[in-house]
Design a protein. Structure first.
Length: 81
């Protein structure tokens, strides 16, 4: 999964990548802008959705709340003979 969606802070990213923290901030801002988002959190959500990292499974720690009708079985009306 792309780096902005890992939950790691700029300081730690800069250490891991061997670049200045200011450079990390600039790259993150560019990523946010290119994806048409306003925050790093929005980028993380877009990234998770794009990489199918969210789960429909209610017991999963990465549970995606069902949208209207999503993940729910439709009740069938009884038929009479």
């Amino acid at each position: 999964m792309p780096v902005p969606s890992t939950g790691v802070g700029n300081r730690e990213l800069s250490r891991e990548l061997g670049i200045a923290e200011r450079t990390v901030k600039a790259h993150i801002l560019n990523i946010v802008a290119k994806l048409g988002q306003q925050t790093r959190t929005q980028v993380a959500i877009v990234s998770a959705l794009a990489h199918n990292a969210l789960s429909d499974e209610p017991s999963s720690s990465r549970h995606l709340a069902p949208a209207s009708g999503r993940g729910q079985k439709q009740k069938q009306k009884p038929t009479f003979a």
